[in-house]
Design a protein around this ligand. Structure first.
Ligand code: NI
Length: 206
């Protein structure tokens, strides 16, 4: 009786350890703070924003943030199926860069998909509809989650009511990074191209 009781305890302990191990692994891959927490930290400037990353561009080439040193870097998280916010913000970025003329060479816009499963071949086509200098980046879900967390960018899949389709709720801010990769700040969704141009000019020193 005692023996089998002890054995049962060991089995339970092993099951628990295994369960914890598995859920710990899942948590590491999927974990993200709440949308409110991330937005709050971003708004009040709590903790670092950005940092080194290596993702894959639309030609399959690995690209790192360090390549863009010496330029201002615009970072935007979105996805090609996004019905309105992403295209509007990408259009604003495009118009701002066009307004800068040759000065736009000092700015590197980067679009990071938060929907790597669907944004495969389509991603290149999609971003080429906007500014020619836009670099579209993708990666494994874990890689993208890591970069998004570093930028305090929230995103979550929202299944459609009918069918197996989904959309993605995501932070739609435009991040601006400096020439040394330092975080300069963010611009809210639907910032006008004029305002964007003004801010970029300021940081370009022109
Ligand atoms: Ni969007």
């Amino acid at each position: 009786m005692r023996r089998s009781g002890a054995r049962a305890l060991i089995v339970v302990a092993l099951l628990l350890a295994g369960g914890l191990f598995i859920s710990g692994g899942l948590a590491a891959a999927e974990e993200q703070p709440s949308a409110a927490q991330m937005m709050d930290d971003l708004m009040y400037g709590r903790g670092p924003v950005g940092g080194p990353f290596t993702l894959t561009d639309t030609t399959g080439k690995p690209r790192s943030d360090s390549e863009f040193r010496g330029k201002l870097m615009i970072v935007y998280f979105g996805y090609t199926y996004c019905p309105d916010v992403c295209p509007a913000d990408l259009m604003a970025i495009t118009q701002a860069l066009d307004a800068l003329g040759p000065l736009a060479e000092g700015v590197q816009p980067v679009f990071i998909t938060v929907d790597p499963e669907r944004d495969t071949k389509l991603l290149g086509e999609y971003i080429s509809a906007f500014h020619h200098s836009l670099v579209g980046l993708t990666g494994s879900p874990e890689e993208i989650r890591k970069v998004a967390n570093a930028y305090k960018a929230f995103y979550i899949k929202v299944p459609d009511a009918q069918g197996g389709d989904y959309s993605i709720d995501h932070t739609g801010v435009i991040y601006l990074m400096g020439r040394d990769g330092e975080y300069l700040g963010f611009m809210p969704p639907q910032t006008s191209p004029e305002r964007l141009t003004e801010i970029l000019r300021k940081y370009l020193g022109k």
